[in-house]
Write a new protein. Sequence first.
Length: 296
Amino acid sequence: MSQLPFIPNHNYRRSDIHDLFGGNRQSGICPCSNFPYIFIFSGVSGHQHGYKDGWDNPNVFSYTGEGQIGDMKFTKGNLALKEHLNSGKRVFLFESDGRGTAKFITEVEFFDADYFETHDKKRATRLGIKFFFKRKGAYVPVQPALFDQPDIAADPHVIYEKSEPNITERRGLVTSRVGQGAYRKRIIHRWEYKCAVTGFDKLNVLIASHILPWADSDDNQRHDVHNGILLSPTYDALFDKHLITFENTGKIILSNSIETQAFQKIGVTGQEKIQSLSNFNFEYLDKHRIRFNENC
């Protein structure tokens, strides 16, 4: 691996970075004219424009493209990021504190990109671009093409894949949820490419769903990766109908409205447990259990 020009977890003044390497001091995506480098800066300041970045798993970082007004497009910095492997540019991820200082995190490489629904600086609904970068040298056990899951959009609770909406679909973004491809991919990365309950790992079968349903969620909850769970079809159907739920420990809870023998006939034993819940999932599971208890 090539030597890093920065020290991981070390803080740098942005002015010093740009004095030495060049690049736009005001932009979140900064190609350098005199070096084969692209700097990307992630931080809290972008949230007001619908930017919310983060590590979906230890090796995959999701990063929002540039453009504050209107739909994001693969031009300028966005295009440079998408094509950086072909152009021989290296990408370095920094975490900005909003006060002129940025911490170097790691070198990353392009893995995938897709659209998502967000808002712009004027609060207008638009399409954003979500990049998926992997740590330099890290292994991701799937290829981007395996994320596709067509023909599941009829079920309104499903976070579904659609990569490039046409004009008619673009007009119906809010109601049809076109442009949720990036969010579905975040859920898949978050659960590390397998069913949260069974470990089944065929992505074209697995379903990415909201824990708190879309209809009951606000805008932040609808796009919060912690409000998503990746499940095998049987568990997804039961979970969606509040016939199963999970404790914060991950242990499954079965509804009393179905006989134990009926659960067993479809392979649900009552001993299942999710191993990788986070504290951020708990608020959504709390709400799911309320609905579950009402249905029992």
